[in-house]
Design a protein around this ligand. Sequence first.
Ligand SMILES: CC(C)(COP(=O)(O)OP(=O)(O)OC[C@H]1O[C@@H](n2cnc3c(N)ncnc32)[C@H](O)[C@@H]1OP(=O)(O)O)[C@@H](O)C(=O)NCCC(=O)NCCS
Length: 246
Amino acid sequence: MTTDGVTPIEAAPQVAGLFPDERVAVRRVIAHAGHQASLLPEERSAIGDMAPGRRDEFASARAAAREALAAIAPSLVAGIARGPQRQPVWPDGVTGSITHTKGHCLAAVARRSSDSDSDSDEDFVIGLDAEERDRVTPRIARRILVPAELERVEAVDDEQGQGLVAATFGLKEAFYKAHHQLEPRYLGFDVIQVDIDGDGLARFASTGAALAIDPASDVSGRVTEIDGRMIAAVWIRRSVRSTPRR
Ligand SMILES: CC(C)(COP(=O)(O)OP(=O)(O)OC[C@H]1O[C@@H](n2cnc3c(N)ncnc32)[C@H](O)[C@@H]1OP(=O)(O)O)[C@@H](O)C(=O)NCCC(=O)NCCS
C-alpha cells in the first residue's frame, strides 16, 4: 500500500520488453477501490453499470494508463474515455492498450510515429492482453483456434497445449485491440492465424479476411508467461504515406 492507502502503480519492464521498440511505457497495478477517487470526469461516466470489483479494475487500470502516459509525454495526460465499442479513447498521437485478469491490471502506451512531432513514414499501434493459463478450456480452444493452430496444439502434450492455447488467445485479443485503433470494427478469431516459436515470438498469417494491414509483414507479437498468466504484446505497423494522419 502507498501512504494514501491505495495499491502502488509500478513499471513493468518485463512486459514492456515484449514490444519490439523501447518507446512503449507499461505500468501495472493490483486493482483497489481507492483508485476510483482518481478517475477523471470522462472516465467516471463509464463505471455506472459496473459491479464493484469491475469498477476497481477499471479505475486502477485507468490510473496505471495515466501514469504510463505521464512517462512518455506529461503534456498528453488526460482522461481516457470509453468508446462505443468499449475501447479506451487515447489522446491524439497516442496508441495504447489495457488488460486485466483477476485484479492484475496492465496498461501500455506509446506515442504514435504519425504524430506531428515525428518525421517518420511509419505509424504503429499496440495491443496488450493477459490470459489466465488455467482458465483455458477445450471449448475456448475450439472457439478461437483455426485448423492449423489446432493441429499444433494437438501435436503437443496437454500441459504444453494449454499454454499454447492461452498464448494464442492472448495474441489474438492483443491483435484485435491494436487493429481496432486502425479500423474500429469487430473481428472474429478466424481472421488471422498465429504460429509461436519456443522463445514466444509470434508469426502472423492471413486467413483471407479483409484487414487494414497485411498480417504477415506488418504485425509482430511476443508472448511470455508471468505468474501463471500469458502476457501477449502485439505491434502493428503501417506506412503513413497511404493513410491520413490522425
Ligand atoms: C475486447 C476484448 C479483446 C477484451 O479482452 P478480454 O480478455 O475480455 O479483457 P481484457 O481485460 O484483456 O481487456 C479489457 C480491456 O480491453 C479494452 N478494450 C475493450 N474493447 C476494446 C476494443 N474494441 N478495442 C481495443 N481495446 C478494447 C478496454 O480497455 C478493456 O478494459 P476497460 O474496460 O477497463 O477499459 C474481448 O472481450 C473481445 O471482445 N474479443 C473478441 C474480439 C477478438 O479478440 N477477436 C480476435 C481477432 S483475431
